[in-house]
Ligand binder design. Structure first.
Ligand SMILES: [Zn+2]
Length: 113
């Protein structure tokens, strides 16, 4: 994923890909949404590339991770992040990340976007 910027509810976020060496927080996760520095940071997975348990299609996995972090950013920018039970619920956020392409495909098919 090439570094870029995206506008989330009127706030610009940088989307970056970093190594675990560059950003040690990535040793604990696949991606981060840094709400106060307005960055979404993806793990470049170079540290895991030789791990036999590494995902087989890292590009598709990174897309899912990016969708997940974007949902965190939407929740954060809408004021729901720290004081809501669902905005920090990783299961719900991951469900949104996994299901949103399927939902959007139906919206496109029905021309309701
Ligand atoms: Zn998360």
């Amino acid at each position: 994923m090439q570094d870029c910027k995206v506008n989330i509810l009127g706030t610009e976020y940088q989307i970056l890909t970093q190594s675990e060496y560059e950003n040690p927080k990535l040793r604990e996760c696949n991606g981060l949404c840094e709400q106060y520095s307005k960055k979404i940071i993806l793990n470049d997975f170079q540290a895991q590339k030789d791990d036999v348990m590494c995902v087989e299609n890292p590009d598709e996995f990174m897309k899912k991770v990016l969708r997940h972090e974007i949902f965190h950013a939407f929740f954060g920018e809408s004021g729901l992040r720290s004081c809501s039970e669902f905005a920090e619920n990783e299961e719900l956020v991951d469900w949104l990340a996994i299901m949103s392409p399927k939902i959007f495909r139906i919206f496109q098919e029905l021309n309701i976007l």
